[in-house]
Design a protein around this ligand. Structure first.
Ligand code: FAD
Length: 633
């Protein structure tokens, strides 16, 4: 068979990977389009809307397959907050009230609902992240405050400390008697943690460390739980030890220290410590971020979190790790859980936004053919293009972050070097990719719901504002994506790096190729996400559920190819007619997914009080009665 405008055969075309991929994707469509030859575009155009049959999907079975292992504990969280309307965050609330409410929510969770997240931080991380996702969907400030208490403050004690620290602090952290902070960032240094300037100088005479803020740039800044509630802080500071002749000090690199900041009984700020409020923020105003300055604050030697390095009474330093860089990497490596949690919770936010936007788009009707009823706005191709690839990505990210959590749990048990490396790279890549995607999608979802998307009660504003910073904390996304430094550098960039390093040095060459490297990192993480999605499709035993997932997975894959079509075209990897076919096929898959959009959204299984946006209700009657009730009709 010959194509009309070239002498290439279908067999020739089939040798092209892109063509083979399109063929495979096309054959997996249900029902298969009439007959696919190399001119997909033409064939697809002939398929009328009426001929596009809908897949049959059981929401129950799909939802069952999607449920993580820890759905039960999430339901306990939902039930608890559902039974306590007084603990639900109102749309209008002042910063101070929000902070107090957030603390009451956290205490309620631990004391009343009896859910103890800290117990799972190390032993069952999957369960911890499931709780974090659920509380974050109640109020994202609550999710972050919980993360500061148990994963950052608590996690630093467990992961960087030793038995003596666990014995002394575990109970108080678990039962909230010891609310605490994680004080790493300074006014002048955030991403560059090795540039921190706070110092902890050992005094052998008193067997104490003296914590100091040497200049304004070293004030600890943005510290969650510091402005109002914290009693302790894990403070990251350069450890200074007296030299042999005791005339000077030597810098042993950044270490972590437990510093009490407020009196346990009176809650007064302790001597030598200044605490300031970081003020009203763009979002997450339920979290009390503050600034800490230390002026010769003395703490016992035991307060050094000494898992990776210790100081003896006579000021000798010991460590199982040979260099400052190795110790620093080991310390940060133990803190990777925060990053895993953010990636996971970001998918939770995307699920909420997608659920609200798609339910609304199914109910909302605007315009239609002449003299016929108006049509649902989800029947507009443009709306499908905004929302269906996003729904597919939500599914893809769901499986990818579940796999990340599994890997992280394995790492916590085995401490195997290979797994540690995998988790480090994967958590950095997924956190950066998923949070950036969710941040963009929140704006698209708001826009997809028109004016009603702008009503605060419909949640997009708070979701967008609260989530925005996910792109920055626990590692800025641009900085994180560079942690593919040693992995899959393609030949092109390797050559460029080599060429530029001659004149610019390694750092300069790196900077010259930075955009290229970031694109590489993104493509790599996209392929990892796709691989996890394909694995989830293949592992699904139920045939119709698998068919639905497969369709969604294909849309995810094709949409990513289409987004990058410029790159493929630039290098002539995809010919113009193939590019057109990819576009057509993406449209076709969007339409197929639209047909089962309600089932797919329902299978995400968010209770109504979690989506809480009136316009995200299941029926028009429900939606508008809730909405007008809120507005006060
Ligand atoms: C609400 C909130 C809560 C927080 N909670 C805490 C907390 O509890 N404890 C704590 O210790 N910290 C906390 N932080 C601080 C947070 O972790 C830092 O803001 C974050 O690490 C980024 O550091 P930075 O602000 O100094 O940004 P910078 O590092 O100054 O980044 C600014 C810009 O420069 C770019 N950039 C920087 N380096 C590079 C590079 N190498 N290559 C390319 N681009 C680069 C970044 O991409 C970014 O766009 C919080 C921050 C906020 C806003």
């Amino acid at each position: 068979m010959h194509s009309s405008n070239s002498d290439r055969t279908v067999e020739d075309d089939d040798r092209q990977p892109a063509t083979r991929r399109i063929r495979r994707l096309a054959l997996q469509l249900n029902p298969p389009p009439a007959r696919l030859d190399s001119r997909f575009a033409g064939v697809l155009e002939m398929i009328s809307c009426a001929a596009r049959a809908k897949l049959s999907v059981s929401t129950g079975r799909l939802s069952h397959y999607m449920r993580g292992k820890h759905r039960d504990i999430q339901e306990r969280v939902f039930e608890y907050f559902n039974s306590r309307p007084d603990l639900q965050t109102p749309v209008e609330i002042s910063k101070d009230d929000h902070r107090e409410l957030c603390m009451r929510q956290l205490l309620g969770l631990v004391w009343e609902a009896g859910i103890r997240p800290f117990r799972y931080v190390v032993e069952e991380p999957g369960k911890y992240f499931a709780i974090a996702e659920a509380v974050g969907s109640v109020d994202m400030s609550l999710g972050i405050k919980m993360g500061v208490q148990f994963s950052l403050w608590g996690g630093s004690v467990l992961n960087l400390g030793t038995k003596k620290h666990r014995d002394k602090y575990y109970e108080g952290i678990d039962n909230m008697d010891y609310p605490g902070c994680f004080a790493m960032t300074e006014l002048h240094h955030g991403s560059n943690v090795q540039g921190l300037q706070t110092v902890a100088t050992f005094d052998p005479l008193t067997d104490e460390f003296i914590i100091d803020t040497p200049n304004d740039g070293a004030i600890k800044w943005w510290i969650g739980n510091a402005a109002v509630h914290g009693k302790f802080a894990t403070v990251f500071a350069k450890l200074m030890l007296p030299t042999h002749d005791t005339k000077g000090t030597s810098d042993m690199g950044v270490h972590a220290f437990i510093v009490p900041i407020r009196d346990l009984t009176t809650h007064q700020t302790l001597p030598g410590i200044e605490i300031h409020d970081c003020g009203h923020k763009v979002g997450l105003n339920g979290v009390d971020n503050g600034a800490l300055r230390f002026c010769s604050v003395r703490i016992p030697r035991d307060n050094l979190l000494n898992r990776f390095g210790d100081v003896s009474k006579d000021g000798k330093y010991t460590s199982s790790l040979p260099s400052i860089n190795k110790r620093f990497a080991a310390m940060l490596g133990e803190l990777v859980g925060g990053r895993v949690g953010l990636a996971y919770s970001s998918v939770g936010v995307l699920k909420i936004a997608v659920t609200i936007a798609i339910r609304y788009s199914l109910l909302r009707q605007q315009f239609g053919p002449p003299r016929q009823p108006e049509i649902s706005i989800l029947d507009y191709q443009s709306q499908q293009h905004k929302l269906m690839p996003m729904l597919a990505s939500t599914y893809a990210f769901h499986f990818a972050t579940l796999a990340l959590v599994e890997k992280y749990s394995e790492m916590k048990k085995s401490h195997d070097d290979q797994v540690v490396g995998d988790v480090h790279a994967l958590s950095a890549g997924l956190k950066a990719y998923v949070t950036s995607y969710t941040a963009k999608s929140l704006s698209t979802c708001r826009e997809s719901c028109g004016g009603h998307g702008y009503a605060a009660v419909n949640r997009f504003g708070s979701l967008r504002n609260d989530h925005d910073i996910f792109q920055t904390f626990e590692g800025d996304n641009t900085v994180l994506l560079q942690q593919y430094r040693t992995s899959r550098l393609l030949q092109g960039v390797t050559v460029r790096l080599r060429k530029h390093s001659k004149n610019l040095g390694n750092f300069g060459a790196w900077n010259r190729c930075l955009n290229h490297l970031l694109t590489l990192a993104e493509s790599h993480i996209e392929s990892v996400i796709l691989a996890k999605f394909i694995e989830a499709v293949e592992n699904c035993a139920d045939q119709s559920t698998r068919a639905a997932l497969k369709l969604v997975c294909d849309l995810y894959a094709l949409d990513r190819i289409w987004n990058d079509i410029g790159t493929y075209r630039n290098v002539d990897y995809v010919a113009p007619n193939k590019a057109k076919a990819i576009h057509k096929l993406t449209e076709y898959l969007c339409f197929q997914v639209r047909n089962i959009a309600r089932e797919l959204v329902d299978a995400l299984d968010l209770p109504d009080h979690v989506t809480r946006a009136p316009i995200g209700m299941q029926s028009t009657a429900e939606a508008y009665s809730q909405y007008t009730q809120y507005v006060g009709f």
